[in-house]
Design a protein around this ligand. Structure first.
Ligand code: XIL
Length: 467
């Protein structure tokens, strides 16, 4: 291997095996360490516990920033290092978000997993329209520019993302492949290797957690790249559904390790049909514990990155209608049962009560004597459209029903929405609860609903009226 970076992993904390030779048996005793943060436990275990971060929140939200600094030892930019963010038009660069994230990581002694050089999504039209030779040149230039800029500061890169389709392991018919042929993958890895020989290079994909046709294809690609010493690891995104951690996950990761590669859980979230009840949150905790334990027990699993901090920050409700609550912290930054489960899986002390409200025991419903405030959180913006999540806070008492109104500043409109009844008239919007998300306890904030908007993103002043 070309790599000189010291491995973080020292030992798996707290697992001591006492061999009782006389009896011919081994006693395995698990001591929970005293660590009470994910970061403390992960540092002790020598593993990355990562978080996908949003550059705006990192810069503007102190609670968000503190949790990112204290609970995680590794960062991934959720969007800020993607092509549409960094090179929106040819050779015109914007590193503001990416720089903010890398600076933050440096200030807080965190590793950075770079995401991502080459992907069919969130890549501007100007790239997609290029001729083959121009597209190849643009790809090489893009990789060189990012890898050089962050050399020594970004520890590993997702060089290519989602290159295999969901159709029985066939290669994805992306504009990359259609224009350049499959060779673009090797070219991307060669370019990245030459640009930063010390960075670990990954291929990243979803639905490859278990042993299946898609992970078989990734295996073949990884094997080929590895024979040329162009790859160091495989990223398993792990956007999972409640109760569906694949039974073959550990064995599947192991076969990649057996090739001499690292593995990494790069985008973990576990989605639940909303509203989630207490049993589902417990099942989610068990699922998280399983996934993190698999990584913690494999010597060549470099870490686990969770795809967002709070449920309110997650991409899930916008992309999988009816699903949400997939992360470790609730909308109010409270720790969910899954948080404690991850802490335990990392060898820490997860015995503290979760701080999140247990939806199974929040009876009777609050009396609606409060007022409310609401804000639109722009969680993604792809130029021609954007996703807004709407956070509602109950002030001065509980809320049990709400209606929001606002006026778009410059011609925006809602193209689709979830978890609210929405009516629009010209630039005015009215939205109200759909029953299950009517009740908000005093002082709490709920990630109540969301929408996809047309045009440029906007966060207008929202008026919230409690019923
Ligand atoms: C998602 C982000 O979380 C969203 O904010 C954005 O709107 C779309 O992309 N696979 C990936 C990630 O590799 O980059 C995606 O992130 C989620 C799926």
């Amino acid at each position: 291997m070309l790599h000189t970076r010291k491995r973080r992993r020292a030992l798996i904390a707290g697992v001591v095996t006492v061999a009782t030779a006389a009896l011919g048996i081994g006693l395995s005793t698990q001591f929970a360490s005293a660590q009470t943060t994910l970061r403390g436990a992960a540092d002790e275990a020598g593993i990355d516990i990562g978080i996908a971060v949003d550059a705006n929140q990192l810069q503007n939200n102190a609670t968000y920033r503190n949790l990112v600094a204290t609970e995680f030892n590794s960062l991934t930019a959720e969007n800020a290092m993607k092509w549409d963010a960094t090179e929106p038009s040819d050779n015109s660069w914007n590193f503001s978000g990416a720089d903010a994230i890398v600076d933050f990581a440096e200030d807080n002694d965190q590793t950075v997993h770079g995401h991502t050089f080459v992907w069919h999504s969130q890549t501007p039209q100007w790239v997609q329209n290029l001729s083959a030779s121009a597209m190849q040149a643009a790809m090489v230039d893009h990789i060189n520019t990012l890898a050089n800029r962050y050399e020594g500061r970004v520890d590993s890169w997702d060089v290519v993302n989602e290159v295999v389709s969901d159709n029985n392991g066939a290669m994805r018919d992306s504009f990359w492949r259609n224009t350049l042929g499959d060779g673009y993958i090797t070219t991307a890895f060669q370019t990245a290797r030459a640009a930063d020989p010390n960075a670990d290079l990954y291929i990243n994909d979803y639905s490859i957690e278990g042993d299946n046709a898609k992970s078989d294809r990734i295996y073949t690609i990884a094997q080929g790249l590895n024979s040329q010493n162009l790859i160091d690891g495989v990223g398993f995104q792990s956007h999972l559904i409640l109760g569906q951690v694949p039974s073959t996950m550990e064995a599947n990761l192991q076969r990649f390790i057996d090739l001499g590669l690292k593995v990494r859980i790069t985008e973990l979230d576990i989605r639940i049909q909303t509203p989630a009840d207490a049993n589902e949150l417990q099942q989610q905790a068990n699922d998280y514990e399983r996934v993190v334990s698999i990584c913690a027990e494999l010597a060549d699993c470099s870490g686990v990155t969770v795809w967002g901090l709070r449920d309110a920050d997650s991409w899930v409700p916008g992309v999988f209608p009816g699903y949400g609550a997939p992360l470790l912290f609730d909308d109010n930054f409270g720790k969910k049962p899954a948080y404690n489960a991850v802490l335990e899986a990392l060898g820490g002390d997860g015995s503290e009560e979760p701080t999140t409200t247990d939806p199974g025991t929040t009876t009777p419903p609050p009396t609606g004597d409060g007022d409310c405030t609401a804000e639109i959180d722009v969680v993604n913006d792809w130029g021609s459209g954007w996703q807004g999540n709407v956070l509602i806070t109950a002030d001065n008492g509980a809320v049990n029903g709400w209606t929001l109104t606002w006026t778009w500043p410059s011609g925006q409109s809602i193209t689709s929405s979830w978890n609210a009844t929405v009516t629009s008239s010209g630039s005015s919007v009215t939205a109200s609860d759909v029953g299950w998300n009517a009740n908000i306890a005093a002082g709490q904030t709920m990630n109540a609903w969301g929408f996809v908007g047309s045009g440029s993103s906007a966060a207008p002043q929202v008026t919230c009226t409690a019923d």
